[in-house]
Ligand binder design. Structure first.
Ligand code: KIV
Length: 271
């Protein structure tokens, strides 16, 4: 069984090693030091301060109201709870609208303890990725359902079901890696498409509603614990507290299920 003492601190280059060796990456969101510590002690490799905090912590209907200051505050909190896990900070809505704005926000997050920033989309964001990577800021890309695009998408829907959209997603995955991203989150994507992207990708993929073939998995902590966030629970969410019996047990059950490939099963994925 995994314990916190049998792992070295995560570094960015170790992500590529994990993909090369076929080791699954276990990622969860956290927003404070106490939960972050429990995550790390129970098998979590990567911790994300996601802009999901707008919905699960602040109680908004979307992630759009989250500010750079909000993320920076929670990154500071989470960083104090971690020794080994790699900490990733989300660039909130608008903070990555230009390369310069993204750099200012990213600098704050790295100085607060993050090792990488995450941003949604491709298109003009490719220039932002290149700008950040050229300035020593590791980047995680996020494709598929990008919650900051909720107004354009008209809701939180599975992406890439039609041939044209699937081809676009495949191409965007290639382009974000080429621009310098070192990690790629795929959200709400049919399992077969996520599998094809993962096999073609030079960088590790992390799935959330994207099937078991991704190189790792992420869930929002509140969803893993079955908390009522006031929002509809997507199909890919599994309540691990019911199975694990305690907070630590739930995180351990999730980590072990991701590493063994048992999660997500077909009931928690899209065709
Ligand atoms: O904000 C967030 O928590 C995320 C994850 C769902 C990947 O982006």
């Amino acid at each position: 069984m995994y314990t916190s003492t049998d792992a070295k601190p995560w570094t960015v280059p170790m992500l590529a090693d994990a993909k090369g060796e076929g080791r699954k990456l276990v990622m969860l969101t956290a927003y404070d030091a106490g939960f972050a510590r429990v995550l790390e002690e129970n098998g979590t490799d990567l911790v994300l301060v996601g802009d999901s905090l707008g919905m699960v912590v602040q109680g908004h209907d979307s992630t759009l109201p989250v500010s750079v200051a909000d993320i920076a505050y929670h990154v500071q909190c989470v960083a104090r709870g971690l020794d080994k896990a790699l900490l990733i900070a989300d660039l909130p809505f608008g903070a990555d609208a230009t390369p310069e704005r993204a750099f200012e926000a990213s600098m704050r997050f790295l100085q607060a303890g993050a090792a990488m920033v995450k941003l949604e989309g491709a298109g003009h964001k490719l220039e932002v990725i290149r700008f950040l990577v050229d300035r020593e800021i590791p980047v995680c890309a996020h494709l598929g359902l990008t919650p900051q695009s909720v107004l354009r998408l008209g809701g939180y829907k599975v992406q890439g079901r039609e041939d044209k959209a699937a081809a676009r997603l495949r191409e965007d995955a290639r382009l974000v890696a080429e621009a310098g991203a070192t990690l790629l989150v795929l959200e709400c994507v049919p399992s077969a498409l996520a599998s094809a992207i993962t096999h073609a990708s030079t960088i590790p993929t992390i799935g959330i509603g994207a099937g078991a073939d991704c190189d790792g998995q992420v869930l929002v902590l509140h969803d893993l614990l079955g908390a009522n966030t006031g929002h509809r629970r997507p199909k890919f969410v599994k309540d691990f507290l019911a199975e694990g019996g305690s907070l630590a047990g739930a995180v351990r059950a999730y980590s072990e299920a991701v590493r063994s490939g048992a999660f997500p099963d077909a009931a928690h994925a899209y065709e």
